[in-house]
Design a protein around this ligand. Structure first.
Ligand SMILES: [Fe+2]
Length: 313
């Protein structure tokens, strides 16, 4: 693990293999239950509650002590990112860092903004939503993380995410269609997720304070397949999800491999569709001809179309 304070980046060995990278592309999240040390979790709670003294490891250029104090008091207390114990114990926690390095390549940019989503419980569930800044597409230039510093059982309203909801804006089934997943877990649980995943605050029934911090890691390197590669991995037989999901998940995976512009779909039962009962590999893998998934839909995120079809670099 290397941490470069000046460049505000880290690097380490990737820890995900192709199937796990595809799992992220398909489901939109990876969960790391209880990975942060108890001592760090305790300090995070005290820091957020105001009972721990601020000890920034450095003062960013152009900022003053007064700036740091003002920022700490807001709902975006980003000066916690300057605390050594938070950098080492949370941002660079080995399981999370290895996964993020796998998804974002070498020289991962560390977060510059943190959102404090702490709530006093009990409280009703929030509305299912996509964040207002969501942009849908095959590129993965950053990933978002939720960090829960205290034990967060279902009674304390952990954030819920809707599996495979990150490729298009859609309405959640209020009755539950089996794809809602809770972030419930022991203290120190981190959920690394695609930023465009649909989510909500879970309903809570217990009394207490549910703290949660949200922040993003950023890509600095062009995408390439430099995570763990196993000899028995066959991209034609990987699980990209059901038909409607697979075409998008495989496109994200192709982009991560540095082949986003070459990605084409032949449709039907062709790759990336895969059925365990088929007698041979699907047709259409790495086809030079075919279609590009329609990521833009009705374009309701207000961002412009790429200048040419397939221009996803
Ligand atoms: Fe949100």
């Amino acid at each position: 693990m290397t941490y470069d304070q000046g460049a505000w980046q880290f690097d380490c060995e990737p820890t995900l293999d192709d199937d796990q990278v595809i799992q992220f592309c398909r489901d939109g999240y990876l969960t790391f239950p209880g990975v942060v040390d108890a001592e760090v979790n305790q300090r995070a709670c005290e820091w957020l509650d105001g009972s721990a003294t601020a000890e920034p490891s450095f003062v960013p250029a152009g900022m003053s002590q007064a700036d740091l104090e003002r920022i700490r008091a807001t709902h975006e207390p980003s000066t916690i990112l300057l605390e050594n114990w938070f950098i080492r114990g949370v941002l660079l926690e080995s399981a999370v860092a290895g996964a993020v390095r796998s998804l974002l390549g070498a020289g991962v940019g560390l977060p510059v903004l943190v959102s404090d989503h702490s709530v006093d419980c009990p409280a009703p569930a929030g509305e299912w939503h996509y964040d207002a800044d969501a942009v849908f597409g095959p590129e993965l230039r950053f990933v978002e993380a939720f960090y829960f510093p205290q034990d967060t059982p279902p009674e304390l309203g952990p954030t819920e995410v809707l599996t495979s909801s990150h490729y298009e804006r859609r309405r959640a089934d209020p009755e539950g269609d089996g794809t809602a997943v809770t972030s419930a877990g022991p203290a120190g649980t981190i959920v690394v997720h695609h930023q465009t995943i649909q989510h909500r605050k879970g309903a809570s029934s217990a009394a207490g304070r549910r703290r949660m911090l949200k922040y993003s890691y950023w890509r600095s390197a062009p995408p390439q397949r430099d995570w763990i590669q196993r000899a028995d991995f066959d991209p034609r037989r990987a699980d990209y999800g059901v038909y409607s999901v697979a075409r998008y998940a495989a496109h994200i995976y192709a982009w991560l491999c540095g082949r986003g512009d070459d990605y084409r779909l032949v449709g039907g039962q062709g790759w990336p569709a895969y059925d365990i009962d088929q007698a041979g590999p699907a047709y259409g893998y790495a086809s030079a001809a075919g279609y590009v998934p329609d990521w833009r839909k009705d374009n309701d995120d207000d961002y412009a179309q790429p200048t040419r079809v397939g221009d996803y670099r």
